[in-house]
Design a protein around this ligand. Structure first.
Ligand SMILES: [Fe+2]
Ligand SMILES: [Fe+2]
Length: 299
């Protein structure tokens, strides 16, 4: 059973991370559909804006309540997020509310914060509304997967990437549902490691597939990471979980550094690719989030 303080703090932290992740998935969908798909583009935009409203609320209540560790992890925003948003909106014409990002860069942790009953009710309601919106997002992503598999839409996102972002939304929903019962999801260490190691390995595959074919070295490094994470998933059995945990940490630090370099390279137009700088920053934040989970699991 989580204490009131834990419920509030963990909820706000998970929402700060995942509400941004969700609105960016919708931005990627909005900007990857063809002009003929006006209705789906509109649906992506409306859902993106709904998540922006939820995120703006979370940022308001999170100030002071969240932990120093979470702020320092660079999983909510990185030093590159604002630039990545500005360039990605200029290049696509789709909107992103950068005021939220500016406010997030100012977030602080207050060791004397008052975790009152009123805030508990507000956070419960925020989680509830987020869960409802999440159901809509999951249904929308599944619809796009079906349309894509039936060759009824042309979308510049791999089906595997659509499935990947659907799994991230489902995972987020599981965390929120547990939190509403004042619990954390009931998962083994291997369940958690396998989820994120799969995610990290797929990021490597997506980056490999979205880099220009001439970027040989960067593509080889990405392929190496994909293989490494695939092996870690195969190796995770209960008796080896401590070992896999340590090796996952090494691999994630490695891919985090690679993604950071890719974000900087993408922002500086030093890499030939067909991904927006925001996608690089997005997967960088997911690695930062996973590293914080890994550090918690090993402490
Ligand atoms: Fe994502
Ligand atoms: Fe991801």
């Amino acid at each position: 059973m989580l204490s009131r303080e834990e419920f509030i703090r963990i909820s706000l932290e998970i929402n700060l991370f995942f509400q941004r992740i969700m609105k960016e998935h919708l931005f990627f969908i909005e900007t990857s559909l063809q002009p003929i798909e006006g209705a789906n583009i509109d649906e992506a935009r409306v859902l993106k804006e709904s998540f922006e409203h939820l995120l703006a609320e979370t940022v308001y209540y999170a100030n002071g309540a969240i932990s120093e560790d979470a702020i320092k992890a660079n999983e909510f925003v990185t030093p590159y997020t604002l630039d990545a948003e500005n360039i990605s909106t200029q290049l696509t014409g789709a909107s992103l509310d950068t005021m939220i990002t500016k406010q997030e860069l100012q977030l602080t942790s207050n060791p004397h914060f008052e975790f009152g009953e009123r805030l508990e009710r507000i956070v419960y309601d925020l989680n509830y509304r987020t869960l409802n919106m999440l159901e809509e997002v999951i249904a929308f992503k599944k619809k796009l997967i079906d349309l894509s598999l039936e060759c009824k839409i042309l979308i510049a996102l791999y089906v595997e990437l659509l499935e990947h972002i659907t799994r991230e939304a489902i995972y987020y929903g599981e965390v929120l549902r547990a939190l509403q019962c004042k619990k954390l999801p009931d998962k083994t260490i291997c369940d958690e490691l396998n989820f994120w190691n799969n995610i990290m390995g797929e990021h490597a595959q997506f980056i490999d597939g979205l880099l220009d074919p001439s970027e040989r070295q960067l593509k080889d490094t990405a392929a190496g990471f994909a293989q490494k994470f695939e092996n870690l998933v195969k190796e995770c059995v209960e008796s080896a979980e401590k070992l896999v945990l340590e090796r996952s940490k090494d691999a994630t630090v490695g891919i985090r550094d690679y993604k950071k370099a890719a974000t900087i390279g993408s922002l500086g137009c030093e890499i030939k690719s067909i991904f927006a700088p925001l996608l690089a920053d997005h997967v960088l934040r997911e690695a930062n989030h996973y590293l914080r989970i890994l550090n918690k699991l090993s402490s």
